[in-house]
Design a binder for this molecule. Sequence first.
Ligand code: ZN
Length: 399
Amino acid sequence: MNRRILCLLLTCVVLFTAFIPFAKADEVTMYASDGRTISVKQSDISLWMDVGWFETAEDARIITMYALDGRTIEIPQYYREAYRKVGWYNTREEVTLMMYSTDGRTIEVYKDAAEAHHKVGWYYNLSDVTVPMYDKDGVEYSIFKDNVEKELANGLVLDKSDVMQLMFSADGRFIHVPFAKVTDFEKVGWYRAGGKIDPNRPMVAITFDDGPGKYTDAVLSILEKYNVRATFFVQGKNVAGYKTVMQRAVALGNEIGNHTWSHVNLARSSVPTISSQINSTNAAVYNATGVYPKLYRPPYGAYNGTVLNCIGMPAVMWSVDTLDWKTRNPAKTLESVKKNTVDGSIILMHDIHQPTYEAVERVVKHLLMNNFQLVTVSELIQTRQGSAVNGRVYTSVKP
Ligand code: ZN
């Protein structure tokens, strides 16, 4: 062996020895979904992936994915994100929902089929198929709509105020109390908010003239909060601009009365003018709310025999004049109510003035805390004297 051959041989040994670790590092294990493994060159990984091999056992593991129409698909976990992007889901829960029927049945449907189910009487929420009902102790039950008739026969009621009294505390908290416990709560400082009319308790009617206006809706919110009602003698010309406010007033149980179209002095008007002022306002209120006014209040309290004969409705005056329009002072308005209100009073205020709006909550609270029920003028007359009489003038309705 000459020196050149020896050199070559040594070089080969050195090179071979040096490359052993590199040769081993170049091999990686790849995984198939059926559990097989192979060793491949690092540089060939993408080639092997193209034919269904994966770098980790987790990537190769077969998973099930779900479609909204109920189809399922089995794919290697590696493709999960790509499939999610085109409308497949990880779990069955993501593609189905529970639907409800009014008779208490439930069904699990694929989301794609939900709308078709909804069209034939299935609902998305339990609250769509149930209503709250109450027993005489005020305990609330959730009743399927198909069972309401049966439960009414069993003595449950739909209207909480049939079995519960809404009460409030001087610091503004509200609770519902079963009727039998009302006196117990009164002894410890709770007061009755409005509700069903008790003909044996004192009652008054608050009236608001000249609106509707920009404070009327806020006044309604206060009345709603205390579950009390008032009467709004409106000018016909203002009604169209406050249609939804008028509808809300009616929906909350308030009364809309007629205060002429444009606040004319009826006692100084001709019969045709009187008729058109009243009739156009009745029509405007009906168009806005679907209810005709039953009462009118002559502007300035001005009426005469012609007015009363010509207008075929009961006329409503007042017994407590707060002079709110003049003082524009909430404290003075409250003071006037405190001083002058008795059982059967009809109280005059004007909801077009901000200070009046500011007085309303204090007035309402004062009256409720002094055991007055706040009712509409028609309710006051009806409870005390039966139906109001056309052509008669009502100033107050004492017991
Ligand atoms: Zn007026």
